[in-house]
Design a protein. Sequence first.
Length: 248
Amino acid sequence: MIFIKKIPASLTAMIFFCTLFALGTSGYADCRSVTKDKAEATARYIADVIVAGRGIVAANQGLINDPEKGDKGFTPEKVAEQIRAKFKDMTGKDISELPPEIRGTVEQVINAAKMSVQMNQARINQKGKGFKGYIPAVFGRETGQILKGKCNIFIKQTTFKYRNAYNQPDPFEKKVLEKFEQPGYPKGQGFGEFTGNDYRYLRPIYIKKACLKCHGEPKGSIDPAGRKREGYKVGDLRGAISVQFPVK
């Protein structure tokens, strides 16, 4: 019998960043500067890919956390295929049809998402263990960290009810989140503006059925990750995907 010791968080972080270094710039040759006229569309599509990926990770929690199954088949390639299909469902556009400047950036988001899934294969496929901790928030955070290091694209999952201090909204994000909470604001509509040399964009995210296991009711009860549930209901505003990048 093989006994697997829990990997310390510090070692996990070191493995994460060493992996990024080892992979170098492979697959990231198309990291381009974004022009002002393409900024809004680029930011919107970046957020759409993150939302699609988060949804896929959420929908597959039963598979990921199945202790009876080893190889789950939840591979980077499979996830990328599902992201592309979900993106088309959400936007009505195939990624291959996007303008070249935007398409190149969107492809890098998908590459980063694939890298996150790849780095977690051992955890995802660990047999004999239930909850693995590879949840939508982890997927989004890792994808954002990879993009920031490779393409100077900053992605954050922000909310007023944050569980991780990293996700605490800054003044701009607070202003936009408050806008999203207003009764008359169109549900699902993002908001962006130029701030200095950057473009900033937030896309609201709402609670879906798959989110309730960790974020639903009863409020204050403990979820599978050991955190207190917020008591959300389907359709409630959870927060936003925040995107920021320099423009030329």
